[in-house]
Ligand binder design. Structure first.
Ligand SMILES: [Zn+2]
Length: 142
């Protein structure tokens, strides 16, 4: 078991996560869904109970996005806008990956992003129930 600490840019949100081993042994997800490409996030997935928040969790702003009929809460620091990651929602029947939390590893301290085992995930069409982002292309761009 290895514990890592993370926080948002301004420090309001502080937490630790405990993984079965080194983060460099875990599959880190780089997802191409409509949200993740916009956030630029990289995820480690683990059971929600393995994340321990020391401050700021109650302050997080939530964006609820559904993939098909399955919901996830995407969570942000209300002060600095850092994207902390997503959590499954209750009740579990409507949750996207029940009991799971995906932490944005870009918020973790003292890790080397270049050494992570980053795996592509096809969330764009792989989650079922496509979400079409309203794409603004500008007056003349296309
Ligand atoms: Zn912050």
């Amino acid at each position: 078991m290895t514990t890592y600490s993370g926080n948002c840019h301004c420090g309001l949100v502080k937490y630790t996560i405990t993984l079965p081993g080194s983060i460099y042994e875990q599959d880190i997800t780089s997802c191409n869904c409509s949200l993740c490409v916009r956030y630029g996030s990289l995820f480690v997935y683990f059971p929600k109970k393995e994340a321990k928040y020391f401050s700021g969790e109650g302050d997080l702003k939530k964006y609820s996005a559904s993939f098909g009929s399955k919901l996830a809460h995407h969570r942000f620091c209300p002060q600095c806008g850092s994207y902390m990651g997503w959590q499954s929602v209750e009740p579990e029947a409507s949750a996207f990956l029940p009991g799971v939390e995906g932490v944005n590893v870009r918020m973790l301290n003292d890790i080397d992003i270049a050494k992570l085992k980053i795996k592509p995930l096809n969330g764009l069409t792989g989650f079922g129930g496509d979400y079409e982002v309203g794409k603004w292309h500008g007056a003349e761009a296309h």
